[in-house]
Design a protein. Structure first.
Lengths: 319, 356
């Protein structure tokens, strides 16, 4: 019995509150064991996050009287300790992975301290590139999805800073599309080789969904940006092609995995891209609003009906 | 059809309406819910209503406010009727968009006619409340709840009525605590009207977070400095801290802590922890939300509460008036305390597993 069923029965009966509560406690609410596991992971997550933030603040404080080698030595020593700790087999898996997470973050701190001492520019893209390259080993060894998610964010920051600070016109023109491509490649890698990212046979959804959402929102933004210039349509051709291609692949992946989130994401994006194209070609404000309202409501209703049918079909197959 | 009914129900000693239960179970089977589809619906109906509203104005309806008012009333009333009658997603989607467009029309009329009076926003809050009470489904009561509370927050902020803001916020927080801790009692009390429970609960949760971000001193020091009330922050932190402590005390048996000494020990620990955040009610409130949503097994709520807690804690440390060095020591010590907590719980679980 799930929560919805309990609610339905309670709404159409004289089921006493005390018994409803028992039903909820037995079927819905977490057990003491669930609570303890939840608190355990929360403590570990917050513990590592607070400690690392403390370390970062420690080095952000400008230590005038500390010798530069001492500064670098402390961070390098902390990395060595964290890595050393992660090699102790007696420690449990979560602690060892957390230590590798600590080492990965401290690698960035080491580069930042280096930049602070030698004035290389703390925000330059090469700092993040160095961090990305040199923390890769710890990230790969850990096979810890949360650490991979942070690493993907780091990869994106590095790429965006490269676009901003170093890239040529080609990459700048196709900034959205190339970033979508980067995230799509990461998504493909996670789906075809999940064992590189986790100890389990399947990558967790919360690792895949942000990547898919990034791909879809970036290619959609790419199309919107290309259609911004009303004089030319040509710049929109490549983003439109990329949107169709990635959208189709993500949709197919969702259909194969029977996960409606991917078709919903691509459907929403297709609806928005269609709207942008309509606005681009119609141009007259009054017509845009009138046609647009029919278009949105029609498309939305069709998409919702289609997705609900899809879920029903999958559920029927499961049974 | 009767096979849809759970077996235990026929042996139960309380009266029930088998036909209604069967129909609703069947309807639930026919219209499965999914968070991604709900998100698509919310984004879509917003866009749709904006375009509908734009289309009306492009046709020149704004030249007659009476006309806009009539369109607004007709849209809200017609949309609500379709929403109540229809069991089709297509009609429901269109109905929700038309209602939102109607609300935009009414807001336009209110802004035009009641701009010099303090009544404009309460009128819109009332419209939102009517929509919540009369609507069916998820999206409409959900959006109506957010609209209702946001309108009231906006009203108190614009009227610079800080006491009203803290009272409303306290009522909202008490309400949300009751909705999580007293789910069974609410269901038993409201019966058929409890159909609004899920959307109102999520809408209230999001309203609390919206209030936290924009209308309370936690994130909006400007509002605090403008307030003439001394120690205004305590008007928010004291109720949220007390609610948090009550919730923790209430939940300790669910955590497996049953002896009264241990319960008081846990409570004392949290009194010490929460006393550090008396000047930052956002922390105690988001912690309360996290406990409540986890207790209620409400995945969307857990994600929202966790993100809010992270923002609240970050903001708290950012606002501390200490040097970076002192802050770093505080952060590292806090981290070590959490790690000790992890070690303690892990050892307890390990010990428990060995014994069983």
């Amino acid at each position: 019995m799930d929560r919805d069923e309990i609610h339905i029965i309670a709404r159409h009966s004289e089921w006493p509150a005390r018994d409803i509560k028992i039903a909820l406690q037995e079927n819905v609410y977490p057990s003491p064991r669930n609570w303890q596991v939840f608190l355990k992971w929360t403590c570990l997550g917050f513990g590592v996050a607070f400690f690392l933030t403390g370390v970062i603040f420690f080095f952000a404080f400008n230590w005038q009287y500390m010798h530069k080698f001492a500064k670098l030595g402390i961070v390098a020593g902390a990395i060595a300790l964290a890595i050393g700790g992660s090699l102790i087999p007696r420690l449990n898996g979560a602690v060892r992975k957390s230590l590798l997470t600590v080492a990965s973050v401290l690698t960035g701190v080491l580069f930042a301290v280096f930049g602070q001492i030698y004035q290389t520019g703390a925000n330059a893209y090469d700092l993040f590139l160095g961090w990305m390259v040199f923390s890769f080993v710890w990230v790969a060894v850990a096979r810890f999805p949360l650490l991979w998610l942070l690493y993907f964010i780091l990869v994106n920051i590095t790429w965006l800073l490269f676009l901003d600070q170093q890239s040529h016109t080609f990459f700048l023109d196709y900034g959205y599309v190339t970033t979508a491509l980067l995230n799509f490649l990461l998504f493909v890698l996670v789906t075809i080789r999940p064992n590189l990212f986790t100890e389990f046979t399947r990558a967790p959804r919360w690792l895949l969904y942000p990547l898919a959402a990034a791909v879809v929102s970036l290619y959609t933004a790419g199309v919107f940006s290309a259609l911004d210039d009303e004089r030319y349509f040509q710049p929109a051709i490549v983003p439109l092609f990329v949107a169709a291609f990635f959208g189709f692949l993500l949709y197919q992946y969702g259909m194969r995995q029977k996960e409606v989130t991917y078709p919903v994401l691509t459907g929403l994006s297709a609806m928005l891209i269609g709207l942008a194209l309509m606005i681009y070609f119609v141009r007259d404000s009054a017509s845009v609003f009138i046609i647009g309202s029919f278009y949105i409501l029609g498309t939305l209703a069709a998409l919702v009906v289609y997705f609900l049918q899809l879920i029903k079909k999958w559920k029927a197959h499961e049974q | 059809m009767s096979s849809n009914l759970p077996d235990w129900l026929s042996q139960s000693d309380f009266p029930y309406n088998a036909t209604e239960i069967q129909q609703e179970l069947e309807r639930k089977k026919q219209t499965p819910t999914n968070p991604a589809i709900r998100l698509l619906l919310v984004i879509g109906v917003f866009l749709g209503s904006i375009f509908l509203f734009g289309a009306l104005f492009m046709m020149g309806f704004q030249e007659s406010m009476i006309g806009v008012l009539m369109i607004g009333i007709a849209s809200v009333a017609g949309g609500l009727m379709v929403n109540r009658k229809s069991r089709s997603e297509v009609y429901d989607t269109i109905a929700v968009s038309v209602i939102l467009m109607g609300c935009a029309c009414l807001a336009e009329v209110v802004a035009e006619w009641l701009v010099d009076t303090p009544l404009g926003i309460p009128v819109m809050a009332l419209v939102a409340l009517v929509i919540v009470v009369l609507s069916y489904g998820f999206v409409l009561p959900f959006l109506g709840t957010i609209g209702f509370f946001t309108a009231l927050f906006l009203w108190f902020a614009m009227e610079e009525f800080p006491l009203g803001m803290s009272v409303l916020y306290t009522i909202l927080c008490v309400g949300i605590t009751l909705m999580y801790l007293g789910e069974a009692e609410i269901l038993a009390k409201l019966r058929p009207r409890a159909r609004l429970f899920d959307p109102v609960r999520l809408g209230s949760l999001i309203s609390v977070i919206i209030g936290l971000l924009f209308f309370t001193p936690s994130y909006f020091p400007d509002f605090l400095t403008r307030s003439q009330l001394p120690y205004f922050v305590f008007y928010f932190s004291v109720p949220t801290t007390l609610l948090c402590l009550y919730t923790i005390y209430y939940l300790t048996p669910s955590l497996g802590v049953r002896s009264s000494t241990a319960q008081w020990g846990v409570l004392l620990l949290f009194i010490v922890i929460l006393s550090f955040f008396l000047y930052a009610p956002a922390v105690s409130l988001t912690l309360l939300l996290l406990f409540l949503t986890f207790y209620g097994r409400h995945p969307t709520g857990i994600v929202l509460s966790f993100l809010s807690l992270c923002i609240a804690v970050t903001y708290y440390y950012y606002e501390l008036h200490y040097t970076l060095l002192t802050k770093s020591v505080i952060l590292m010590l806090t981290g070590l305390l959490f790690l000790m907590g992890y070690w303690f719980i892990n050892r307890h679980l390990h010990h428990h597993e060995e014994n069983s």
